[in-house]
Write a protein that binds this ligand. Structure first.
Ligand code: G3H
Length: 482
């Protein structure tokens, strides 16, 4: 979708295969074909977005609040009619369970409506006058310009829209490149975009991220890089901009969120939360629990019961009843997880669940590894897949020091009962991470809460309220008291 036109394409294409095997032996099913656009089309999209923004003077950035909202509402009504198609594609393309695919769709619709409500409130607040030092002022919020959005494969709808919707509603114009896995599910909603917004406000381009993003950023005509994905990709991309000091970054990146299971934890609760936290959607969530610190006084019982629960998880196709583990969309992922397992085994850890590491072309059964220590890759790398490291600890200073030393700083889960201990830990952890979950696993939602991280985990905050601010700038309208 470039400049309001759904373009025909006769150039290079890429086949998109299903993640799911329909038979017991692994078989790829062709789901569809997408254009592999190049620099020329990337620049056409950029030109369209720049024209629509027109240095802040375009139709979209100057449109009345109510009219921009009307465009969003029209789009959302049309998108809602595509729920079944999008949900099906989420299952087929990225292997997300039916329940989670439906949740992703519904949560995205809620996110749009919540954004509209917050935007209305922001607009009402901008009418309020302030008086300080003889100056009367009111504060308006304006757009930043052209936004390049790159979304992730694990939430190809929700995370992409958490960037696009606030960017658009604030009056920016956008170029969006969906993730490689989860690209087809944009097709059912392309026409809704086309029908609802003036041309050039949203341009959707398919192809390789670096091929498309590189010329767009090198042109220096992009004002915001909005990306949910790897910090290494973000670093490579942001420096391409010739005036990178002018480039606003809105980045949701990696994490290695730990759980700390204290000696007095309710083990039933801790085990179920750690199970869901580490292995929902096969561990492919930036918020997943990626390391479990378990106090040595309870580790035998925790390890035994946790491993048994992992072995009970059912693998299958996403629409099947009771299935918790599904095929992995990234073809290299089973081999990568196996590398982490091999490395940990060579350095002294073992797989402690009986099914751990069973593998085929597109899945690997979750391995619970114990005892994991600092020399191992699994201790540091964001596995983003089905392997759960358990690190025993004696003194609480050990996990606290590890969290302080980590390259990441998104969230922590604490499991324990003693209020005094928990509050002391919270006091330490609020300086190290951006969300502390008490007796519950880490998660992003509800989406109205701030979602951010320290160090390599994020730049800026994504929640309904904060995202509107991330994609805009304040301007004072001031007059002297005379
Ligand atoms: O991958 C990162 C997502 O924002 C995680 O969201 O905690 O709702 O699964 P979630």
């Amino acid at each position: 979708l470039i400049d309001g036109q759904l373009k025909r394409w006769n150039g290079d294409t890429a086949n998109i295969f299903s993640t799911i095997s329909s038979t017991e032996s692994y078989e790829q099913t062709l789901l569809g074909t997408i254009p592999q656009l190049g620099e020329k089309e990337a620049m056409e999209a950029l030109d369209a977005a720049s024209r629509a923004y027109d240095r802040g003077k375009g139709e979209w950035p100057t449109m009345k609040v109510a009219d921009r909202i009307a465009c969003l509402e029209k789009f959302t009504e049309q998108m809602k009619t595509k729920r079944a198609e999008v949900v099906k594609l989420l299952m087929w393309e990225i292997g997300k369970s039916l329940a989670d695919s439906e949740k992703e769709f519904d949560r995205t619709i809620d996110y749009i409506y919540d954004t509209i409500e917050d935007y209305k409130k922001m607009d009402r607040d901008s009418a309020k006058f302030h008086k300080e030092g003889g100056i009367h002022a009111h504060i308006r919020r304006g757009p930043l310009g052209v936004v390049l959005c790159l979304g992730p494969y694990n939430y190809p709808l929700n995370e992409a829209f958490c960037l696009l919707i606030p960017a658009m509603i604030m009056g920016n114009t956008t170029i969006f490149k969906p993730a490689k896995f989860g690209v087809l599910l944009m097709s059912p909603i392309l026409e809704a975009f086309q029908n609802s917004f003036p041309k050039g406000v949203i341009n959707i381009i398919y192809g390789r991220g670096r091929v498309l993003a590189t010329p767009i950023l090198k042109s220096g005509r992009v004002d915001v890089l909005a990306l949910i994905g790897n910090s290494s990709t973000a670093k490579v991309l942001q420096i391409l901009h010739p005036k990178s000091n002018r480039l606003r970054l809105v980045l949701g990146l990696e994490a290695k969120n730990p759980a700390i299971v204290l000696p007095d934890a309710d083990l039933d609760l801790a085990i179920e939360e750690c199970l869901a936290g580490s292995l929902s959607f096969n561990g492919q969530r930036c918020t997943a629990l990626k390391v479990l610190y378990v106090h040595e006084s309870i580790e035998d019982e925790f390890n035994k019961r946790f491993s048994e629960r992992v072995d009970q998880l059912k693998f299958g196709n996403p629409w099947e009843e009771g299935v918790k583990l599904t095929p992995l969309p990234e073809p290299h992922k089973p081999a990568y997880i196996q590398e982490l397992i091999d490395d940990a085994q060579e350095k002294g850890a073992s797989i402690i669940n009986s099914k751990g590491g069973e593998t085929s072309e597109n899945y690997i059964f979750p391995a619970v590894m114990y005892p994991v220590s600092k020399e191992m890759r699994l201790f540091h790398e964001e596995q983003f897949g089905p392997v759960v490291p358990i690190v025993p600890f004696k003194d609480i200073e050990q996990p606290l020091n590890d969290i302080a030393d980590s390259n990441y700083g998104q969230q922590v889960s604490l499991f324990g009962k003693d209020i005094e201990t928990l509050s002391q830990l919270i006091d330490s952890l609020v300086n190290l991470v951006c969300r502390v979950n008490l007796n519950s696993s880490c998660q992003r939602g509800p989406d109205v809460y701030p979602f951010t991280g320290r160090k390599d985990s994020a730049v800026s905050t994504l929640s309904v309220h904060d995202a509107l601010r991330s994609f805009s700038i304040r301007t004072f309208v001031a007059s002297k008291d005379n």
